[in-house]
Design a protein around this ligand. Sequence first.
Ligand code: ADP
Ligand code: MG
Length: 271
Amino acid sequence: MTQSVMTTQPELTPTPALSVSGVYKSFGTFVALEGVDLDIWPGEFISIIGHSGCGKSTLLNLVAGLNPPTAGTVSLFGRPVEGPGPERAMVFQNYSLLPWLSVRANVLEAMKASVPQMGRQEREGVCEGVLKMVGLWTHRDQKPGSLSGGQRQRVAIARAFAVQPRVLLLDEPFGALDAITRGKLQDELLGMWSGPESGISNVLMVTHDIDEAIYLSDRIVVMSNGPRAHIHEVLKVNLERPRERARLVSDPVYLALKAHMLDLLGRVLAH
Ligand code: ADP
Ligand code: MG
């Protein structure tokens, strides 16, 4: 029997990798999130999708520990999130690079902060590897200001990959990239997450791309529109891995899921 990789709740794992419970988040009088509950199991790749402004980044920031919930709890591997931590790495929607450092130094500094136990030689090797992966090794000595938006985004992705977090938090990481680079990095991400030596347990990714969500995820969290946004529906992606893009486009499971999501986002949750 083929081992199913779609199992979302391993039988003997009572502790979720991530547990969001009764979360309510307001900014002054504006209620962004209300009644958000979500459990993610170790090993799962989860996408969050929803219309612009519904609260996806807000939810991701809560998990990152950048902003506390107004009410409710967020726990990671059974421990309450009280701030940022080295076991989580975030790729922000608007790539936050340090402008005074070179591309290479942006990656190396993040590694020094998050994996201080790694020796210099190994660190430099990993840095070279991730910068080659995103196609920026030849730009390693440039400052972010002299790069295009897509190139900056790739530095941010390289930096997150380099620190090998237990949980990778991605806020529309591939939005600014051309289709080919995007596809390549999606596959690198999958390899990074599922590889035999991967220390990455979970990926939580915000995207507005339905195909990307289906191709990458075990489950897709569809959020309702804000204000007072909550989780409208969680969709399970019953497609075996490894997935082949070329075959997916004619797979009835893929097509049905895509049609359902188009209906949800285009009609049910239309503004
Ligand atoms: P998304 O990422 O889904 O596009 P956000 O999470 O960025 O949406 O924002 C959700 C809602 O919360 C928006 O209406 C936004 O204006 C509001 N919001 C987000 N952050 C803040 C903040 N710091 N102060 C006030 N309102 C905010
Ligand atoms: Mg956002």
